[in-house]
Design a protein. Structure first.
Lengths: 256, 579
């Protein structure tokens, strides 16, 4: 599966990334780029200063050494080693950079842990009757897919680099995840691409969920996207010509 | 042991928009109605504190769970179908209100062309314009005949809208004014006008102002909060059966709503329905509900499935083209789209309602000359505000990976610097796209699953290319620095947004249709089947306004039937009337 195959339009005209796990990836997306429209070319640096653009083009550096947070109770993962792999795998997908926190500091691993412990992680609302005749119709539930996938990551890391996934250099971690994404790693009962898409999807969920779910710590994910969260009303801003920067609001403010 | 309930005038199966309309109109007319709904009771109180992306958009709290039953899909009649296992692939309403509670509420009328598509196409372009495989037919009703019912349903919902300059005449203006325009909508208007098109604000049921409908139900003013499509509205500002037709029915004292009641069969003797068999989903107990009139309002899929399981009507055979139940299935909402990236402009993309946007219909229906194009019908170009939900909105320039450093940087940058077009377009029926019962997979009760055989046709592919080209031109005129065209090739088993039609289609000939234009079964005079299951093809836009209008008309037919005897309601010369 390539980057663009997993996209479609939403009913509400929102963006066309298909957020579900892959069930069937035959829908193809054909991208045609029109390139830069004439007249629309503005120098990047100039543009940045004009708009107060926080996106600098310097190579990113990790602001602080990342360490795994063991401070919360785990609801799904039993083995610390599985949780460790999860931490670094999610961080590879959504790394810390000059814009802000990455998956680990956003709390993504705990978000995923809770989701896998939920009915969703156990496929409680899915049709799970036999026969299962294709790997993208796996008989494993999402929790089981995660355990097998994460352990497979370590297994491949050991085999190819003689070390655990979490200890590998970033480049090697990326390279390994790419193999899973491209379905080049053989797994039993499920495809490695399926596992990868589940990992990617839940990582993004953890970055941008309401903080009540354990991810998106301090609404950092929303702040990076300038998304104002669960606000009750935008009536006063609908007709604004210019962008309105609003502080994000968590659902927490509405549940008392 | 099946427990027999007391007989009522009307039993309706499923209580969403169509079931709600049947309940309100029949109970207002003094008839005793029972509504059997497989899901739970719902109220606006359920929607409070629901601005929760994970629970409602990602995990689809309000949609049908698939653990007890699902559907199988395949692309051609030679393939083995596989079950849809994950509900992300088929979003269907459940609980009282059905899809009408979490819908986006976009409501266009169909065009006069839709209702007479076969004859008008032949008249204008000749018979050879219609390919052999395309089983289009006239609907057995005209726009003018349906117009009063469109008007009624728009008034029930309080639709906010601006008139489409290219649409057919209306008997009255929209009940409430159009929604406010965002910067994106204004930019779209400017660009499309410049190109000679006719933009207008999308009409819909997220209301621009507080409104009281003719039944006395009040709908509040929309707050543009964006947590709308796939959510219930906590402000009571979205047209929803739960705050309109269902309370109207309840207030009459003639309507009894029974939840957790899943109908398994239509019961009949000879060519007369006697009632339905249903199961209490909490206890597993079986009940029989006798009624003078049985109405199926359980959405396209279950309407078709119930007829097939009950062995009513002749199942469609794609090899011979004979039979009708299951015929002319279409999956509409897998539509192409365009993303425009705006390198140097930011928009308030997080502001929306379910359907906020502007649209042109210049390329819909027969609004333009099709002589030089290789397809019939057409589609919209819609500039839609989508609410920009952050989990699923990750816009990046072409060639950017879908994760990692580069992805993060670009998806943050373009989050508010893009515009999205949705190209809703018509779906024409193919003789091999149909519904039947799956030979392998079963539901929890041991009944076969409904099998969907479907793929997109040449007509859609040609139309998509055409619409993408037009849309791309508009997006560039708006100033996009990059445009990305999303073309749909094959059906992949994902059915989105309850935009499915066919299976129990209407028409004026019992050989090629299952119901007449009162939604009355040709084969069973006291069985009415309401919903998009009746559409012989899927028009350009969302189905609910049209299916609701047809249901309003059906209720007139049912009242007529209950008052005046037991015949076929359709009195045409070619049909003999069985009074
Ligand atoms: C996310 C989303 C967005 C949408 N947006 C739009 C839009 O913008 N505009 C538009 O026009 N349409 C939209 N739709 C489609 C719209 O929801 C449907 O057209 C509409 O709900 C159909 O109404 P209905 O009454 O025929 O069926 P439903 O609303 O599906 O109601 C059927 C009811 O029957 C019940 N039922 C089913 N089987 C049984 C059984 N065997 N026994 C008892 N009860 C049963 C179901 O639980 C349900 O409550 C959208 C749909 C979705 C999912
Ligand atoms: S956008 Fe409007 S109609 Fe939709 S949920 Fe929000 S307030 Fe209600």
């Amino acid at each position: 599966m390539t980057d663009n195959e997993n996209k479609r339009e939403n009913e509400d005209g929102s963006n066309n990334e298909k957020t579900n796990e892959i069930e069937n990836v035959s829908r193809r997306k054909f991208l045609k780029s029109s390139g830069i429209a004439a007249g629309g070319v503005v120098g990047g640096a100039l543009l940045g200063s004009l708009l107060g653009n926080p996106f600098k083009s310097e190579p990113s550096t990790k602001v602080q050494p990342l360490s795994i947070d063991y401070g919360e109770t785990r609801q799904f993962f039993k083995r610390k080693s599985d949780f460790d792999i999860l931490n670094f795998a999610t961080e590879t997908i959504y790394p810390e950079d000059e814009h802000g926190a990455g998956a680990m500091n956003l709390g993504v691993p705990y978000y995923i842990d809770k989701q896998l412990a939920s009915p969703w992680g156990q496929n409680a609302e899915d049709y799970m009757r036999k026969p299962f005749i294709k790997k993208d119709q796996t008989s494993l539930n999402r929790g089981e897919v995660f355990l097998r996938g994460l352990r497979k990551l370590n297994e491949v890391a050991q085999k190819e680099h003689e070390d655990e996934f979490k200890n590998l250099e970033e480049e090697k971690q990326i390279e390994l995840l790419k193999k899973f994404e491209a379905d080049e790693v053989e797994m039993e009962f499920v495809s490695s691409a399926y596992f990868f898409e589940l990992l990617r999807q839940t990582t993004l969920e953890g970055c941008y969920c309401d903080p009540m779910y354990g991810g998106n710590k301090n609404m950092e994910g929303w702040k990076m996207k300038e998304f104002p969260g669960a606000r009750l009303s935008y009536t006063d801003y609908v007709e604004e010509e210019d962008f309105v920067a609003l502080d994000p609001v968590s659902l927490k403010t509405q549940t008392q | 042991m099946v427990k027999r309930m007391d007989k009522v005038d009307v039993v309706t199966v499923g209580v969403g928009w169509s079931g709600g309309i049947v309940a309100s109109e029949l109970s207002k007319a003094g008839f005793k109605v029972v509504g059997l709904e497989r899901g739970a009771e719902s109220s606006v109180e359920d929607y409070v504190s629901s601005k929760d992306d994970v629970r409602y958009r990602q995990r689809l709290e309000m949609m049908e769970k698939l653990n007890k039953s699902t559907f199988t899909t395949r692309r051609s009649i030679d393939e083995e179908a596989l079950p849809i296992r994950n509900k992300m692939s088929i979003k269907i309403g459940t609980d009282v209100g059905g899809g009408g509670s979490h819908w986006a509420a976009q409501t266009h009328r169909y065009f006069p062309y839709d209702f007479e598509i076969r004859s008008q196409t032949i008249e204008r372009y000749g018979e050879e314009k219609i390919p052999d495989w395309m089983t289009i037919q006239d609907w057995g009703i005209t726009y003018d005949e349906l117009e009063p019912y469109y008007d009624t349903f728009e008034k029930t919902m309080g639709i906010s809208g601006e008139e489409d300059p290219l649409a057919a005449p209306r008997s009255s203006p929209y009940p409430t004014p159009p929604l406010k325009k965002t910067a994106v909508m204004r930019l779209f208007e400017e660009a499309t006008k410049k190109l000679g098109y006719h933009p207008f604000v999308i009409p819909g049921g997220t209301l621009s102002e507080k409104y009281e409908n003719p039944d006395g139900q009040v709908i509040n003013a929309c707050q543009y909060c964006s947590f709308c499509e796939r959510f219930g509205c906590d402000f009571g500002a979205k047209a929803d059966p739960v705050i309109t037709v269902i309370p109207t029915a309840k207030e009459t004292g003639n309507f009894e709503l029974r939840t957790h009641s899943e109908v398994k069969r239509v019961l009949y003797e000879g060519d007369k329905a006697t009632g339905v068999l249903y199961v209490n989903t909490l206890t597993g107990e079986e009940y029989e509900q006798p009624a003078d009139v049985v109405v199926l309002t359980s959405y396209t899929f279950n309407n078709t499935k119930l007829l097939l399981l009950s062995e009513i009507g002749k199942p469609y055979d794609p090899k011979t083209g004979k039979g009708v139940i299951g015929k002319n299935f279409t999956d509409h909402h897998t539509s192409p789209g365009i993303k425009g990236l705006f390198k140097d402009r930011k928009f308030n993309r997080f502001i929306s309602t379910g359907m906020l946007g502007s649209v042109i219909t210049d390329f819909a229906a027969d609004n333009f000359d099709h002589t030089d194009v290789d397809f019939i019908h057409g589609g919209h170009v819609e500039a839609r505000e989508g609410g920009n939900m952050p989990i699923e909105t990750n816009i990046t320039p072409e060639g950017t990976p879908s994760w990692g450093k580069e992805f993060k940087k670009e998806s943050l940058y373009y989050h508010n610097r893009h515009v999205s077009f949705f190209l809703q377009r018509a779906s024409m029926p193919h003789k091999e796209n149909y519904l039947d019962l799956d030979p392998t997979y079963k539901d929890d009760y041991g009944d076969p699953l409904l099998r969907i055989t479907n793929d997109f046709t040449e007509n859609e592919h040609k139309m998509d290319e055409f619409l993408l080209e037009k849309g791309d031109e508009i997006m560039k005129e708006m100033g996009a620095s990059e445009t990305q065209l999303n073309y749909v090739e094959h059906f992949d088993g994902n059915l989105a947004y309850q935009h499915n039609s066919g299976g129990v289609i209407m028409g004026d000939d019992p050989e090629t249709s299952a119901v007449n234009n009162y939604m009355q079964m040709w084969d069973m005079n006291n069985l009415f089947v309401c919903g998009a299951s009746a559409f012989p093809h899927f028009g350009t836009s969302n189905p609910t306004l049209t299916l609701g209008a047809l249901t309003y008309r059906a209720t007139e037919g049912i009242i007529d039937y209950l008052n005046n005897g037991e015949g076929q309601l359709l009195k045409t010369e070619s049909k003999e009337e069985k009074v």
